[in-house]
Design a protein around this ligand. Structure first.
Ligand SMILES: [Cu+2]
Length: 243
């Protein structure tokens, strides 16, 4: 029994080590264009780092059992059940509960707090989803367009999202920000774009419906542009002149 535990434990440590090297050395997420993306990507990283030892444990036990305890042909009976091992049961319960609570706190509650911290917004953008378009309004500037979502860099933006017909979902992959667009309701989310870019350069920089809403669902894709304040002011002036 001791030998089985030592071999499986060693295998577990080796797999965990290799897995963590892989996770820490790999960039899994596409480029982020908003401050909020760091929180979301950090949460993915934390969960991957925590998940590797669990996955490695399952693989180590499985691999060792398959190799060491294999039988030729059909086994004649099941192995003996483990009953009454209080230490095993208690430690299993304690470890899995502790992991679950840890994940709820970090990245769960800490991440939510980071994303929701109540800072006043520099810019309010009203977003309306309908079959099948996104309408974007800037009440501060009296701008109303369906063509694109233009945002100044390093400004905190509050999106006030709604829908006219069915449930849609406001999603900008490059910001990692998503919120349901519900008829008769205004939902809000925030993003602080922190990197210049456009849909032409990177297709993650788009406003995409993320809730299947009918045959034109895929058409609900609007280019996003993160620009300098000067470019934003020029765009606003041009929008107002063309109305
Ligand atoms: Cu939609």
């Amino acid at each position: 029994m001791r030998r089985h535990v030592v071999i499986t434990g060693t295998l577990w440590l080796i797999l965990t080590f290799l897995g963590e090297l892989w996770v820490l050395g790999t960039e899994f997420n596409p480029p982020g264009y908003a401050r909020e993306a760091r929180t979301i990507d950090g949460a993915f990283q934390t969960l991957m780092v925590m998940g590797i030892p669990v996955f490695a444990f399952v693989i180590a036990v499985l691999a060792y059992s398959i190799l060491r305890f294999r039988t030729r042909g059909d086994p004649t009976e099941d192995g003996p059940p483990i009953r009454g091992n209080v230490i095993l049961t208690a430690s299993w319960l304690a470890v899995t509960s502790a992991l679950a609570v840890l994940v709820i706190i970090n990245p769960g509650l800490t991440g939510m707090a980071e994303l929701r911290h109540e800072q006043p917004a520099d810019l309010v953008v009203k977003v309306e989803g309908g079959r099948w378009y996104w309408r974007v309004q800037y009440p501060q500037y009296n701008v109303d367009t369906r063509k694109e979502l233009v945002l100044p860099v390093d400004k905190r933006v509050r999106f006030e999202v709604t829908a006219t017909d069915v449930v849609h979902s406001f999603w900008v992959p490059a910001f990692r920000v998503k919120i349901d667009a519900v008829p008769g309701l205004v939902t809000t989310t925030h993003a602080t774009p922190n990197r210049l870019g456009s849909f032409e350069q990177d297709d993650g920089v788009r406003l995409q419906c993320a809730e299947l809403c009918g045959v034109g669902h895929n058409l609900m894709r609007t280019p996003v542009r993160v620009v300098t304040q000067a470019e934003f002011d020029a765009w606003v002036a041009q929008q107002r002149a063309s109305r």
